[in-house]
Design a protein around this ligand. Structure first.
Ligand code: UDX
Length: 439
């Protein structure tokens, strides 16, 4: 008989997982304590922007296979329960806040039927899964718990869930593995690598992967600093080292660095957990990775200051981009917004544009001003900052835009615009890690 699946927590990860599992033919129930989210999801609407997800969700809700409820009893007869709640950074330290994960387990443990499997997907400090499993089995020894980290990227969430580049399952026994094989039968039939691990290894895979990605980005941003000091060009350097298949050319885009709801908090939580385990030296380098990342934001601000004679007061600065990355409306720990706010605090008259993230940015930083078109944003600007590499910014005609600004100064914080095109049109272009940028 086909498995029935529940998803606990219907935020970014949960809503995506629920819609994707339903699209594979499973009956899926999503539950959340947030009733407004449930109402919106049942109407086929997602409360955030993710390409392709809303269409898929609406189609699955329509099919009748996918339902959402704020009543946890709705998951009673499901066979597999995916925990997809958030693990944000605690307010007073570097560690991850496990309140929601613990709360989710407590809410379902006494409700779910014997023989069912709880599967954690949230990113948690190593050791959490084993502790949760022990707690669950104490409540009902006829249940089991496995871990199955997600690696989905915002902007590619549906694709990454339906066509993952690997599936990792942390299990304590083979029955749990067999159940998960049924859930992921389609991916397995498409030869997706299947990695079976113990619980702690499966938790570590996620933070290790994100630490590696963060390290790659900070590595190239460190090289950008050296290029500036030595008169080199980091974009050429990245291209050249990227041809080595051992290095690869991905995640070597130098600029204002990483942000978002995962990379920054995950490396910090990893450091905090390593310290608890007495192994802090092993990940001490992550502190430097974090510092290089934060420094990239500061370096752009220094460039702005340099270009505006060290006095930002009253100067109109146009900021293109607010999301932490393109194809997302997520502004959590967004380097772009962080820079915008700091420049504004230094007295500049900052106007921000973003194709999708303006409502979220406005909610978070009501002090900032926003423009609903690129043209309005740059009108009369003394400097233009390109901080999130949306496609529409690469499609700008620099010759047309130059007519609207006061000073044709562009700082490309993502090294993503065609510098020679902009220069040809008369712009003075600066970018992190390129020879004419020395601070
Ligand atoms: C990340 C991981 O990639 C994903 O596997 C995990 O499940 C969740 O965290 P995401 O937060 O969606 O995904 O963003 P990602 O695409 O990894 O980008 C993170 C940040 O790094 C963005 O701010 C992006 O702009 C920045 N970045 C990325 C760079 O500055 N340079 C690069 O070369 C690549």
């Amino acid at each position: 008989m086909a498995l029935k699946i529940s998803v606990i927590g219907t935020g970014y990860l949960g809503a995506t997982h629920a819609a994707c599992m339903s699209s594979l033919g499973f009956e899926v129930v999503g539950v959340d304590v947030d009733t407004s989210k449930i109402t919106s999801l049942n109407a086929g609407k997602i409360p955030f922007y993710e390409p392709g997800l809303e269409e898929l969700l609406a189609q699955e809700v329509q099919s009748g296979r996918l339902t959402f409820s704020s009543d946890f009893n709705a998951i009673k007869d499901c066979d597999v329960h995916f925990i997809c709640v958030g693990t944000p950074q605690v307010k007073d330290g570097l560690a991850a806040d496990l309140t929601y994960v613990n709360g989710a387990l407590d809410s379902i443990a006494k409700i779910i039927k014997d023989g069912s499997l709880v599967v954690g997907k949230s990113t948690v400090p190593v050791g959490t899964a084993a502790a949760l499993r022990e707690r669950l089995l104490k409540i009902n020894p006829k249940l089991d718990l496995a871990w199955n980290p997600e690696f989905l990227r915002e902007g590619f969430a549906v694709e990454d869930t339906l066509k993952p580049n690997r599936l990792v399952v942390g299990v304590a026994n083979s029955k749990a593995e067999e159940t998960l094989k049924q859930v992921y039968a389609k991916s397995l039939s498409e030869q997706t690598p299947w990695v079976v691990a113990d619980l702690p290894t499966s938790e570590l895979v996620k933070v290790a992967a994100n630490s590696f990605l963060a390290t790659k980005i900070s590595f190239i941003n460190a090289m950008a600093e050296i290029c500036e000091a030595a008169g080199g060009d980091v974009t050429v350097l990245a291209k050249a080292i990227g041809y080595d298949p051992r290095i690869g050319n991905k995640f070597l885009q130098a600029g204002i660095g990483f942000g978002g709801g995962c990379l920054p908090k995950d490396i910090r939580a990893f450091m905090a957990r390593a310290q608890e385990l007495g192994a802090e030296q092993a990940v001490e380098f992550l502190r430097e990775i974090d510092s290089i990342n934060m420094r990239a934001r500061a370096r752009v601000i220094e460039l702005v200051r340099k270009d505006l004679s060290d006095d930002l007061r009253g100067k109109k600065i146009a900021v293109l981009g607010a999301a932490f990355k393109p194809d997302s409306d997520d502004v959590r720990d967004s380097p772009a917004l962080d820079i915008a706010v700091q420049i504004q605090a230094a007295g500049a008259n900052v106007i921000v544009h973003d194709p999708k993230a303006m409502p979220n940015a406005q909610k978070k930083f009501p002090v900032l001003k926003f423009a609903d078109s690129i043209e309005k944003c740059v009108e009369g600007a003394e400097l233009v900052l390109h901080l999130t590499e949306w496609k529409i910014y690469r499609e700008i005609n620099p010759a047309a835009l130059i007519k609207l600004v006061k000073n044709p100064i562009l700082i490309d914080g993502r090294n993503a615009l065609d510098r020679s095109e902009w220069q040809k049109a008369g712009w003075h272009v600066r970018a992190l890690g390129r020879s004419d940028t020395a601070i």
